[in-house]
Design a protein around this ligand. Structure first.
Ligand SMILES: [Zn+2]
Length: 218
């Protein structure tokens, strides 16, 4: 199916897929979304209209199929991971998501950096038995990382400006989002605990008056 018309337009916007109970599952593109509509797997849609995709002509009626794709779609069936599994879920660690968790800040000097200028620092160095896990890694600029070397922050006389944490399932989905729309962010926020360090950031971003289709970068 070739989309001929999209309203309001940008085909790179991602759709948030949830299970039928509204638990966020993953980001999908409009093609996946259209496929889900065509195979009757969409239970209901929320959020706003992202795409109006025109498909082929029906051989019998001669009418053209049309699919409206919303920013959030709930699909039939529950996720394979039950709530208990989800609670214990540990997302895979990668630099892209790590830097996003830390808001592109160096957690030592507090400076804001481009991804290419950030590094993954092991708070307790691997050489001292530190693990390569979310709670032991932070974003650090090259300068701070070099200065710290193979030492712990205490040994190096440095201080972290935030405590590293393991993102929950919903937090991880948020962090993985390329361009999270306001309604998607609001939806995810309902699944992010009040004590989450990410929550205040999301609330601030939302309160900055993002429009329905405005992109949110942080
Ligand atoms: Zn730094």
């Amino acid at each position: 199916m070739l989309p001929q018309q999209a309203q309001p337009g940008d085909f790179s916007l991602q759709v948030l897929r949830t299970d039928v109970a509204g638990m966020p599952l993953e980001w999908i593109d409009y093609r996946d979304a259209v496929r889900l509509y065509h195979t009757d797997q969409v239970a209901y849609a929320c959020g706003s209209l992202l795409y109006r995709v025109r498909g082929g002509y029906n051989a019998v009626t001669g009418r053209r199929s049309m699919v409206d794709v919303n920013s959030i779609i709930a699909t039939v069936g529950r996720s394979s991971a039950g709530p208990k599994l989800r609670d214990r879920y540990v997302p895979p660690l990668n630099n892209k998501t790590l830097f996003k968790r830390d808001a592109s800040l160096c957690l030592y000097c507090g400076g804001h950096f481009l991804s290419r200028d950030l590094t993954r620092d092991h708070v307790r160095p691997v050489s001292q038995g530190g693990s390569d896990k979310w709670r032991n890694v932070v974003s650090a600029c090259r300068r701070c990382n070099n200065h710290k070397g193979g030492r712990t922050p205490e040994q190096a006389g440095m201080e972290l400006i935030a405590v590293p944490f393991t993102p929950t399932y919903a937090e991880y989905i948020y962090l993985k989002g390329r361009r999270v729309l306001a309604d998607q962010m609001e939806f995810l926020l309902a699944h992010i605990s009040r004590s989450s360090p990410l929550r205040s950031r999301l609330v601030i971003t939302l309160n900055e008056g993002v429009g329905q289709h405005r992109e949110i970068h942080d």
